[in-house]
Design a binder for this molecule. Structure first.
Ligand SMILES: NC(=O)C1=CN([C@@H]2O[C@H](COP(=O)(O)OP(=O)(O)OC[C@H]3O[C@@H](n4cnc5c(N)ncnc54)[C@H](OP(=O)(O)O)[C@@H]3O)[C@@H](O)[C@H]2O)C=CC1
Ligand SMILES: O=C(O)CCC(=O)C(=O)O
Ligand SMILES: [Mg+2]
Length: 422
């Protein structure tokens, strides 16, 4: 077997050796149980697909509690450097304290490496118990902006000199009279840029084109936050109509035809553009969107949205197809090639060390990673094994509690079943 080598980016494309070095972070809470199970499944799938000619050289890097206990640093510079150098990494969930303490390390990774797309595909695996009647209608790929928004962590605590300064500036310099309780307010800032919005929406439209998807929905609350969320919508339509004029038809264009020629003409135009294979770029206000993904999920395909909306939407959509235990994801910079694959869920601390939770989210994140590397045969094996294992009703507690006649397996036993079914 040849020596482990680094993945590189050549002429904007990933160059993946047969034995790539891939850094991993176990994660906090249930992370170690999940990682121990997942790595066995990933290695077995790669081994079966390539009969030893390809393998992953795993390199542990530290973040979170393990890093703090060993180095005194929650996110050592060495860890960030390892991801910069090796291009691709995979991580378990990391704890973020509520209302105090360190800011999110998960967000720090995304900001430090400028991983501006949080890609979260949501699809249904037959047999998975779901709270909705037709879970198979949900096949939605979320592109969540990953570096801006209220999520950027620009916040000032109640009563501090900083918050007094910000409130004083708003009241005295900007004439703001609407802060209801200025003496006891904390303040958060929500930056949404044209550049950040456009690169995210560009990635979503390019994905829709490559993957033969039908529509991209811009989800926003632009009726209320006119310049931030409203800007996102406006810039999205602008981008589609300039950079993707020959590949998209927007609801903005629909409205222009409607105003000039009436609804029937606009409907006919949209139908014709759709039939010619153009991607429909539309928008939805976030609150009604959350109703409609439940009542008519088949009307949504690729979704592009801002950071906070994307956080809520991805957990809500995960619930429709069986829950957060089976929701994968990736944080990607399509320009530098850097990507960190990670589950949508968190550390689920009450189950830490119990060998209980579902490792499918991390395993399916690894499946996305293998496909990203061009190792589709190994990725396909993982998908077919998950399908078979669920169809056999051999599942972890989260599915077993809602499934008649299921055999409940521990995390490690579920990994054994997946390996057997590869
Ligand atoms: N990217 C990351 O690293 C993320 C980190 N976090 C962090 O994780 C911590 C805990 O967050 P919390 O809000 O409780 O959300 P979690 O996602 O950790 O857990 C919430 C619930 O989701 C279910 N769940 C989560 N993971 C699994 C799994 N693998 N298998 C089956 N069920 C699962 C469990 O439901 P039930 O109780 O019904 O069994 C669990 O109690 C926080 O510090 C948060 O900041 C959160 C999200 C992402
Ligand atoms: O960073 C965290 O602790 C939470 C992040 C989160 O919920 C997410 O990215 O989906
Ligand atoms: Mg979340």
């Amino acid at each position: 077997m040849s020596n482990p080598e680094k993945i590189t980016v050549v002429d904007g494309k990933l160059n993946v050796p047969n034995h790539p070095i891939i850094p991993f972070i176990e994660g906090d809470g249930t992370g170690p149980d999940i990682w121990a199970a997942s790595v066995r499944v990933i290695d077995a799938a790669v081994d079966k697909a390539y009969a030893g000619t390809k393998s992953i050289a795993w390199k542990e890097i530290l973040a979170g509690e393990k890093a703090f206990n060993q180095t005194g640093d929650w996110l050592p510079e060495e860890t960030l450097e390892a991801v910069r150098e090796n291009i691709i990494a995979i991580k378990g969930p990391l704890t973020t304290p509520i209302g105090e303490g360190i800011r999110s390390l998960n967000v720090a990774f995304r900001q430090e490496l400028d991983l501006y797309v949080c890609l979260r595909p949501v699809r249904y695996f037959p047999g998975v118990p779901s709270p909705v009647r037709r879970p198979e209608l949900t096949d939605i790929v979320v592109f969540r902006e990953n570096t801006e928004d209220i999520y950027a962590g620009i916040e000032y605590a109640k009563g501090t000199d900083e918050v007094k300064k910000v409130i004083g500036f708003l009241q005295n310099e900007m004439g703001v009279k609407k802060i209801r309780f200025p003496e006891t307010s904390a303040i958060g800032i929500k930056p949404i840029s044209e550049e950040g919005s456009k690169r995210l929406i560009r990635a979503a439209i390019e994905y829709a084109i490559t993957e033969n998807r039908k529509s991209v929905t811009l989800v926003h609350k632009g009726n209320i936050m006119k310049f931030t969320e409203g800007g996102f919508k406006k810039w999205g339509y602008e981008l589609a109509e300039t950079e993707f004029a020959d590949k998209t038809f927007t609801w903005n264009q629909y409205d222009q035809i409607k105003d000039a020629e009436g609804t029937a003409a606009a409907d006919a135009a949209q139908k014709q553009e759709e039939a010619s294979g153009k991607i429909i770029v539309k928008d939805s206000i976030a609150d009604i969107f959350l109703q409609q993904i439940l009542t008519r999920p088949d009307e949504f395909d690729v979704v592009a949205t801002m950071n906070l909306n994307g956080d809520y939407i991805s957990d809500a959509l995960a619930a429709q197809v069986g829950g957060i235990g089976i929701a994968p994801g990736a944080n990607i910079n399509y320009m530098t090639g850097h990507a960190i694959f990670e589950a949508t869920h968190g550390t689920a601390p009450k189950y830490a060390g119990l060998d209980k939770v579902n490792p499918s989210s991390v395993i399916l994140s690894a499946e996305m990673m293998l496909r990203h590397l061009g190792w589709n045969e190994a990725a396909d094996l993982i998908i077919s094994s998950i399908e078979k294992t669920i169809a056999n009703k051999t599942v972890t507690y989260d599915f077993a509690r809602m499934m008649d006649g299921a055999t409940e397996l521990k995390t490690s036993e579920f990994a054994d079943a997946l390996i057997k079914n590869l």
